[in-house]
Write a protein that binds this ligand. Structure first.
Ligand code: ATP
Length: 435
């Protein structure tokens, strides 16, 4: 039994509620410009899905039947947005700030796709909206709203996506879906985890078959890595990873399963800034892997600089003697050079003593501002050179051991140091720290 079709007014209301006022204005502008250019305009995929679920729309995905660049250019100039055009599929992105909020609008030309070989990139041609919806991954992502110039909206739902959405089901459109594009296995895990869906049995059998055929091993590493980043950006990546584990897909991605991420990932979310989370998650995954598996991951994927740094520093960090009580000076000397994401990840996954050392360093020592800066030494008339490093290091040690605690004490210490140096004595911070 299928769901009754929603009326236009209900749809308009759902859309309006899901949009920020800024996005609403920009969408109205897009409708106006598309009408002027005589381009049929549709809101498609994620935003329609999310609006029907009552979730906020975070990105506007627009499809036009005709040249997407024309609309994107018009929209960018009307909003003063930054236009990026991708020649391959003649798609475009407009990034703008509206009423102080960042907003991204993807504008694409309706297209059909043919896959010349499994896991290969598709051959693309301009097409109708119906054909465009037929190239998509899951029924819940095939919903489109025709946006008419008079403000009316019409729902297009050729694959019964609204019913699957209402019943929280994930379903592919055809049996070759994962063969055409194995990255859909990761996308499936993300949507199921995020939207609390169930994979329908037939789609699950297709996932199992794709995993048995090891299709992910034939997929280009950059595409897989992109999906791994998207996965680590999910609100609860451990749920998507657990699904990939259940589907036996993790080894083909070069990842190992560890049930500990059910504890460490949520703990990371509770205590850390959101922008640090993907790095910490990656480090947590690596910490649960063997050195050989970590190395293979680094060789397979062309990692960005920050991830290469994590990979390089991780064995060094693990080799440190952190399983005994250490004082502040020793902690800073050992830990200063390591990326914070790595330190947080190790703290989250270590036994009590190591954790206490890392927590103390991260929470108390690292945030402690230096008492004087190089700039201030210059202002005090000390000639720049290697002495700066020596003075600042000695001052930091005195600060961490509690011998000097204020800027005034630091200045007095520096004065005495300079007097002594003029007198030719050799420099010893502890001698100068009794203020
Ligand atoms: P999210 O909320 O994660 O951004 P989204 O649905 O907007 O979800 P995007 O990755 O932005 O996801 O993709 C936009 C749309 O393009 C999807 O809704 C889907 O219809 C289609 N799509 C994206 N990737 C694929 C793919 N690999 N195969 C088929 N269709 C895809």
């Amino acid at each position: 039994m299928s769901l009754p079709a929603p009326d236009a007014e209900t749809l308009r209301q759902q859309l309006t509620q899901a949009l920020t006022p800024a996005a609403r204005e920009v969408l109205a502008l897009a409708i106006e410009r598309a009408a002027a250019l005589q381009l049929p305009l549709y809101l498609v995929g994620g935003p329609v899905r999310d609006a029907l679920l009552g979730l906020p729309i975070v990105e506007l995905d627009l499809v036009v039947e005709g040249d997407a660049w024309l609309l994107a250019e018009a929209l960018a100039s009307a909003t003063d947005g930054r236009l990026t055009q991708h020649a391959a599929f003649r798609t475009a992105t407009v990034a703008l700030e509206h009423q102080g909020q960042p907003l991204t609008i993807d504008v694409v030309t309706a297209r059909r796709e043919r896959y010349p070989a499994p896991a290969a990139l598709p051959i693309v041609e301009p097409a109708t909206i119906q054909e465009d919806l037929a190239r998509r991954d899951f029924t819940i992502n095939t919903l489109a709203l025709r946006l008419l110039p008079d403000g009316d909206v019409v729902l297009l739902d050729p694959f019964n996506g609204r019913e699957d959405l209402a019943r929280r089901r994930l379903r592919v459109l055809h049996d070759a879906s994962f063969e055409d594009d194995p990255t859909r296995i990761l996308r499936a895990a993300r949507f199921v985890a995020r939207l609390e869906l169930a994979v329908v049995p037939h789609t699950r059998r297709l996932i199992d078959a794709a995993v048995r055929q090891e299709l992910l091993l034939r997929t280009s590493p950059p595409r897989l890595l992109n999906e791994i980043w998207l996965l680590l950006d999910e609100p609860a990546p451990e749920r998507a990873l657990a699904l990939l584990h259940t589907w036996n897909a993790l080894p083909q991605l070069g990842l190992s399963w560890s049930p500990s991420i059910f504890t460490t990932f949520p703990a990371a979310r509770r205590s850390l800034a959101p922008q640090l989370l993907p790095q910490v998650y990656l480090a947590l995954l690596w910490l649960a892997m063997t050195p050989a598996a970590r190395q293979a991951f680094g060789e397979r994927y062309n990692l960005p600089a920050w991830a290469r740094t994590l990979a390089r520093e991780l064995p060094q960090l693990l080799a440190l003697p952190l399983d005994r009580p250490l004082d502040a000076v020793a902690l800073e000397a050992l830990l200063r050079r390591f990326p914070v994401a790595l330190l947080h990840a190790l703290a989250l996954s270590s036994p009590a003593t190591i954790q206490a050392n890392l927590r103390r360093y991260l929470d108390e020592i690292r945030p402690l501002p230096p008492l004087l800066s190089g700039e201030e030494l210059r202002a005090l008339g000390i000639a720049p050179g290697p002495t700066y490093g020596r003075i600042l290091r000695a001052l930091r040690q005195a600060q961490l051991s509690g011998m000097i605690t204020t800027r005034d004490e630091a200045l007095a210490w520096l004065e005495r140091l300079r007097d002594d140096e003029h007198a030719g004595s050799c420099y010893d911070p502890s001698r100068h720290s009794e203020v």
